[in-house]
Design a protein around this ligand. Structure first.
Ligand code: MG
Length: 232
């Protein structure tokens, strides 16, 4: 037996909406600080803060909250009132209780595939928040394993697909981030099925590995399932 046995799914913006909540919160921050700074400049500074802070706080809403607060202090030369910082903290907390909205066809597709394959959720982000979102999604029972990791690198996929499956070569990774889900999974020896989402965080950008044999782009999760089932 040499066929595909295992499917890894990214979570944020592959199974459920996520980035839009960050974008909406960023737009709110631009309005909040409009007296101090132009929107474009704020977005640039915020992105710089996010990039720096990943190394300290990892991914997710908590890290983003620190980045918003730091940016507010930076762009006001530390003159930002404490009441504004408090509003930012509250906005961050709201993100952590934002309801989970599944993308179209997700439940049916994941359920169907779980009958014939080992299904693994592979996500980075804040442990607490990702556990909450998985619980709220109602998808928890379909997954044979859940891996919440600090970074998604080639070794991550090698390890996870060996631990829970039959190795990377007999696995498929499905996700919306070329940088985190697709490129490293293909490097590990898996298939990488790219399902683009209309909003993607700038720090998740990477060139599509168009010359890799095990790379496909599909418009949605149902098409991803159909393609996976066609694999020998
Ligand atoms: Mg994602």
């Amino acid at each position: 037996m040499t066929g595909i046995t295992t499917i890894g799914f990214d979570a944020d913006d592959t199974l459920w909406h996520c980035e839009q909540v960050f974008k909406d919160t960023q737009d709110w921050l631009i309005d909040l600080l409009a007296d101090y700074v132009e929107g474009d400049h704020l977005s640039e500074r915020l992105l710089e803060a996010e990039r720096r802070n990943i190394n300290h706080y990892g991914y997710g809403a908590k890290s983003f909250t620190f980045s918003m607060m730091e940016t507010a202090m930076d762009v006001t030369s530390d003159r930002v009132p404490a009441s504004v910082l408090r509003q930012i903290m509250e906005a961050g907390r709201e993100m952590l209780s934002h309801p989970v909205h599944l993308l179209p066809q997700v439940e049916k597709t994941v359920k169907g595939l779980s009958l014939d394959y080992k299904i693994i959720l592979i996500t980075k982000g804040d442990l607490f928040d990702q556990e909450r979102k998985l619980a709220q999604s109602g998808l928890g029972d379909y997954f044979d394993a859940v891996e919440i990791v600090s970074e998604k690198e080639t070794d991550t996929y090698r390890t996870v697909f060996s631990r829970h499956g039959n190795g990377a070569a007999r696995s498929v990774m499905v996700g919306n981030s070329l940088k985190s889900d697709i490129v490293p999974a293909i490097r590990a020896g898996s298939w990488g099925i790219y399902v683009p989402h209309d909003v993607t965080w700038e720090l998740e950008y990477a060139e599509a590995p168009t010359d890799a044999d095990r790379f496909r782009t599909v418009p949605n999760l149902a098409d991803a399932a159909e393609f996976i089932r066609s694999l020998p």
